[in-house]
Ligand binder design. Sequence first.
Ligand code: TAP
Length: 452
Amino acid sequence: MTTFDVINPATEQVVRSVALTTLEETDAAIARAQAAYPAWKAVSPGDRARLLRRFADAVDADIENLAQLEVTNSGHTIGNARWEAGNVRDVLNYYSAAPERLNGKQIPVPGGVNITFQEPLGVVGVIVPWNFPMPIAGWGFAPALAAGNTVVLKPAEVTPLTALRLAELAREAGIPEDVFQVLPGKGSVVGQRFVEHPAVRKVVFTGSTEVGKQIMAGCAAQVKRVTLELGGKNANIIFADSDLEKAAATAPYGVFDNAGQDCCARSLILVQASVYDRFMELLEPAVRGVVVGDPGSEKTEMGPLISAAHKAKVSSYITDASPVAFRGSAPEGPGYWFPPTVVTPGTLQDPLAADEIFGPVVAVVPFGDETDAVTMANHTDYGLSGSIWTRDVGRALRVARGVESGNLSVNSHSSVRYWTPFGGFKQSGLGRELGPDAVDAFTETKNVFLST
Ligand code: TAP
């Protein structure tokens, strides 16, 4: 048996050894999920709804334990980790309403009537990254199960612990073991098999754009359904007429939350040139004041990066020649620490302004007018998220309509509200998760003609 040592990124200590799922075990799990599908599909809508609510209750009762696991496994701050576990509960509750509302349509036609049915797909494979192991898992499995699919889920190799616990909670809630299975292992083995195996009818993938493209190409070979949530290089656009104090005070949260390891991180701040200097004056104390350290402490605002390899990647962006304006602090180590860092690249082509660094590094660049701001925000192939700070409602809407991005916030940095759709334009993804329509992505419409 091959195992993987799960490391606490704040201490570099081994937390637990987890067995890696082999190719043969992946095939066996998919076969069990396929065998469990007809019975799960046949569970009455009311009973399926009740089971999902019980799963939500089990998560609710376990929030503190799940949160502590995430602090240890992923270095998330305890406050964030509690929110993330609560999000799984909320998303389960939200989609528990779906089974009883999966109504088709009846459409009168010449010679009879057409009736549509929302049929589940079968086995759904969910591939989860390491940056938000709990919520991203829940956004996939909750609507998939609600629609009557069975689920095989692969957490990121480095962050399997909360997903494994969620599988236990599902079983405690009465969801049959083979209906929701968590398979810790390698993307190149387990994840790749979800793409290749013909019994897996849909893949939900969240992660890098590079791997997302491979997954889409692999799924194309079987016309397999796919939802992709990929990277982002998101602009935080600050106009001169905004509440500049609030924009500067909240900008660190918009990018350094989860140590910048967030596809929605506002890692490019575009500031109207006339207030650029004042904004930088206000930003500096806010960045220096970010509390970085022990993620288990209630006071901590930013924890470590996920791994030594990821720290090396983020560090490679900052050299002695980099245009660093100012930095916050970070512990020395052990742990994969990196201080909040503000850079001022001269052009948007500079990798500091163009790449998804996925760490606590933010580029600040001035712009001229509204048109410039939109053009500059759209300079990237990504289109996931972004913020607009202004007191002019008309401008806020014009800019929001102009920016090619799936999720925009005005005078806020919030991207995820589970009642509303989440997903990307351009190379940030395909399809939408969350919101009232997400269940549609886990069903096929069947159209039956009844001749009179
Ligand atoms: P990815 O390599 O994209 O990994 C995401 C998930 O896909 C993991 O579960 C991974 O498994 C799996 N995977 C990897 N290769 C696969 C394949 N060929 N077939 C099927 N599944 C596969 O991301 P990463 O290496 O963790 O991070 C690299 C960069 O991606 C980051 O620096 C960041 O820029 C970006 N990223 C974006 C997001 C979001 S939310 N958009 C999330 C994480 C990372 P393993 O755990 O075994 O690798």
